[in-house]
Write a protein that binds this ligand. Structure first.
Ligand code: SAM
Ligand code: SF4
Length: 318
């Protein structure tokens, strides 16, 4: 699918649920979220049907996210069905890793290629604090399980938080020395319900290169990736720096998002959504609706002008 600016849209990120088993301070309100009515959420069958249409239109890369995708009942079966779609080259998942130990083997057998795991600290107490109750040990066991079944290459997503994990930058970077994993630092985005907290705790990613001066920039292999990659000399893995606010990769953007309530989002940083759920249920020509929508994908975002989104990340899937 080509959009109005000639970009090839081949990547669909699907949020399979708003719900999560953690309450990260920058993402979810402490009390959790109001559960939406069951009929407002796409069924797994509807997600599959929508994905099938996207794939028939040229999408060859799908990422499942959330909320926490592994809390959605039937997720392994969905992976299995998506993996069998003719044309899929890359099927991945972004997860907090808590349930990965339980599901890694089944996910791999079902056809999942790889996982991105979110982990903001290597300290047990701090992990419990930032996630409001999560157990670091569960994530570490999840990472080991993912490695052992070959859900690789693994990427670890670290949200950089002022006064919280800057002192751990070096420890995270050192994880790439002996293992072929990518550690990617993401700047805190002031979005949704946790936007005030995020604004107060924002710190620029520039601090990473200040902290670890031995990092060397590596060649950009995928221009559509939001990360700029670096490496320690002789390291097996890479260090990615994602600066969603000041750096723009809009020119190379190849992605669209489908929320768990069936809304198509053409840009992460835009509040505009196109409903697919009702149209799917009413038996409308979704193919035509998607193709017309893709032509509306904005040329770029304008976060630098302070135009932040009102949705939270658990709703969009990051
Ligand atoms: N629950 C899964 C997880 O945490 O990996 C998937 C969904 S989560 C919304 C996807 C990613 O968004 C995570 O890596 C998380 O750290 C990131 N994220 C959430 N809120 C964010 C924010 N305000 N700024 C930057 N990244 C954020
Ligand atoms: Fe849940 Fe992921 Fe949001 Fe944390 S970042 S609350 S794990 S959805």
């Amino acid at each position: 699918m080509k959009d109005a600016f000639g970009r090839n849209i081949n990547y669909l990120r699907i949020s399979v649920t708003d719900l999560c088993n953690l309450r990260c301070k920058y993402c979810m309100p402490e009390k959790g979220i109001c559960k939406v009515e069951h009929r407002e959420v796409l069924s797994l069958e509807e997600i599959y049907e929508a994905a099938k249409i996207f794939v028939s239109l040229g999408v060859n890369k799908i990422r499942l996210t959330g909320g926490e995708p592994l809390t959605r009942k039937g997720i392994v079966n969905l992976v299995e069905r998506l993996g069998k779609l003719d044309g899929i080259k890359d099927l991945a998942m972004t997860t907090n890793g808590i349930l990965l130990k339980k599901y890694a083997k089944d996910l791999k057998s079902a056809g999942l290629n790889r996982v991105n795991i979110s982990l903001d600290t290597l300290d047990e107490k701090k992990y419990s604090q930032i996630t409001r109750g999560g157990r670091l040990g569960d994530v570490l066991e999840g990472i080991e399980a993912a490695k052992s079944v070959g859900l690789t290459p693994i990427k670890i997503n670290v949200v950089l938080i002022g006064g919280f994990n800057v002192d751990e930058i070096e420890a995270f970077v050192n994880l790439t020395k002996t293992e072929a994993i990518d550690v990617r630092f993401i700047e805190l985005m002031p979005v949704g319900e946790a936007s005030k907290w995020a604004e107060e705790n924002f710190i620029s990613n520039e601090v990473i290169l200040d902290e670890v001066s031995t990092l060397e920039k590596v060649e950009r292999l995928d221009p559509s990736s939001p990360a700029v990659y670096y490496k320690l000399p002789g390291a097996k893995g890479r260090v990615g720096i994602i600066n969603p606010i000041s750096c723009k990769f809009c020119e190379y953007c190849n992605r669209v998002r489908l929320t768990s309530q069936g809304k198509l989002k053409l840009c992460l940083h835009s509040n505009e959504e196109i409903d697919l759920k009702d149209k799917l249920r009413q038996g409308e020509d979704i193919e035509k609706i998607i193709m017309a929508a893709i032509k509306q994908k904005p040329e770029s975002h304008h976060l630098e002008d302070g135009q932040y989104i009102t949705d939270s990340m658990y709703q969009i899937g990051g």
